[in-house]
Design a protein around this ligand. Sequence first.
Ligand code: NAD
Ligand code: ZN
Length: 248
Amino acid sequence: MKLADARAALREARHVAVLTGAGVSAESGIPTFRDAQTGHWARFRPEDLASPGAYFRDPALVWEWYAGRYRDVTRAQPNGGHALLTQLEREKGDGFFLATQNVDGLHTRAGSGAAGGQLVELHGNLTTARCEVCDWTADLPAPDHFTPPPSCPDCGGRMRPNVVWFGEDLPETALAAAATAFAGADVALIIGTSGVVYPAAGLAAEALRRGAVAIEVNPVETNISWQMTFAVRDVASRGLAALLGQEP
Ligand code: NAD
Ligand code: ZN
């Protein structure tokens, strides 16, 4: 397949399912997990901070790390890649589905999920917290007024970061919705993800099995590149602009 064919497939598709990963936020200055481990935090592996065991042993430490990442994502802005996905959603309406592995909330801030289609955050959102007692979910206070841990507005219980940690299950309804969307997609777009974290990485395979065209946007080859119908080897903003027939 050539770029012109991929473009035509995307233009003509009634159902488009998109999976995004940390690479989509790279141009917003949000580092991937490993790049984020600088300074004081370089002593810790992400697995030692983003896990139920870590939180059980030292909740204050885990919250301190998340509060720092929360500050960083609040200062960051959605980039051209996020904006083009919102534009594509406007064009496809309820035929558009976006599943993200990112927890930075940038898709929402760029308007995804509010332009006629659907957005699901498979790994949660670090700008929110969830009550450990009653499961209530709430936005975190503005970073300048935030001292962790937050307490539940409903029952007063301690709240935890509202993200899916290593070893935890993905939210069932979000995952089921994503599986349905990918199974029914004419085109699947896989953007800025290394394809190593399952079950998210298996979504493209499901779309392909049902005859969809799968297109990857990533500057480098990934674990799932071999499955793709076509790949754009570029960063998310330029790669999407090429696929949508636009200059970035
Ligand atoms: P990953 O770090 O494993 O892979 C990132 C991919 O993005 C790589 O394949 C890389 O080549 C590609 N990439 C880098 N710059 C890019 C760009 N400008 N445009 C397009 N692609 C680019 O990330 P993952 O696949 O999302 O999985 C890692 C896990 O870490 C996920 O579970 C995710 O929840 C979590 N995470 C989230 C964030 C975030 O919310 N922004 C940041 C770091 C990690
Ligand atoms: Zn509560």
